[in-house]
Design a protein around this ligand. Sequence first.
Ligand code: 4NP
Length: 162
Amino acid sequence: MYAIALVCLGNICRSPMAHVVLEARLHDAGLDDQVAVASSGTGGWHTGEAMDSRAAKVLSGHSYDPSRHVAEHFTTDWYAEHDLILAMDDSNYADIIDLAPTVAEQSKVRMFRDFDPEATAGDNEVPDPWYGGREGFERVLAMIERTTDGLIAQIPDLINPA
Ligand code: 4NP
């Protein structure tokens, strides 16, 4: 299995939403037997908790199932267990890089929105919706769905690099 890790700060909003959407779309694409998905947060405060209720509500409203999420904490061990580690924002990226066991393994880390066709050099983060209202979570979901489609299209090349 090709293993993808999605990482944000708390693992209760952004990376869990991306986790649910990516799993659903891998299933729809018939790729769920080739790609495994996990998510975690660089901060451990919410470990063991369910998804943020606002994130869950927005996912449910778009026919996704948020109910199985249990928050995990990103540690150095995640490098050995995953082929591709995708950071939601620049600060997550820096924190993940700091935990790399070797410099070579840092190449596993990319920005999630590297796969968003609408991302630009100055707009390549998934903003933290934690302090905002429902509107912010809806915007984040649209960004995640668009990026996930871009990621799904790249899966064959990721699994079998030229
Ligand atoms: P997330 O959002 O990184 O998208 O899961 C956050 C959730 C919780 C906190 C920060 C961000 N927090 O500080 O507890």
